[in-house]
Design a binder for this molecule. Structure first.
Ligand SMILES: [Zn+2]
Length: 126
C-alpha cells in the first residue's frame, strides 16, 4: 500500500482512538454510551507497553505484533473478555479490540505489511 501523507494518517489515527469509541458506544450501549465511551477511551492504557521498547516511540514501527499488549495473543485474551456478562467488561473488551484495529489501520497506512509475521505465529502454535 502507498504511504498516506502523515497529517491524514494522524487525523485518521487519533479520530479512531478518541472519537470512534463514542460512536461504537452509542451503537452498543445506548443507555450508558457516555460511560462506555470513557471506558473504551481508557483502554488506551495498554500503550504503557511501549515503555518496554527501546526507543519508546518509533514512528516507523508497527505496534501490532511488536509490543506485548498489541500481539495476537493479547487480542485473544481481549476477545475472551467479551464472554464476561457485564456491559462494563464488554466495553473494555470492545475498546481493546478497537485499539488493536486502530493501530493496525495505522500500520497499513504507514505502508507496513500486517500479515507478514502471521506465518511465524502459525509456526509457534504448531
Ligand atoms: Zn496502541
Amino acid at each position: 500500500m502507498e504511504n498516506v501523507p502523515d497529517l491524514i494518517r494522524h487525523i485518521i489515527h487519533y479520530s479512531c482512538h478518541l472519537l470512534v469509541p463514542f460512536v461504537i458506544a452509542k451503537l452498543f450501549w445506548k443507555e450508558n454510551w457516555w460511560k462506555a465511551g470513557l471506558i473504551m477511551l481508557a483502554t488506551m492504557l495498554i500503550d504503557v507497553d511501549h515503555l518496554l521498547a527501546d526507543p519508546i516511540f518509533d514512528p516507523n514501527r508497527c505496534s501490532i505484533g511488536f509490543h506485548p499488549l498489541h500481539t495476537v495473543w493479547a487480542g485473544m485474551v481481549y476477545l475472551g473478555l467479551l464472554a464476561i456478562p457485564s456491559w462494563k467488561w464488554r466495553a473494555v473488551a470492545v475498546g481493546l479490540l478497537w485499539h488493536l484495529c486502530t493501530d493496525a489501520i495505522d500500520c497499513l497506512l504507514g505502508g507496513h505489511c500486517l500479515f507478514c509475521s502471521l506465518p511465524e505465529y502459525l509456526y509457534v502454535m504448531s
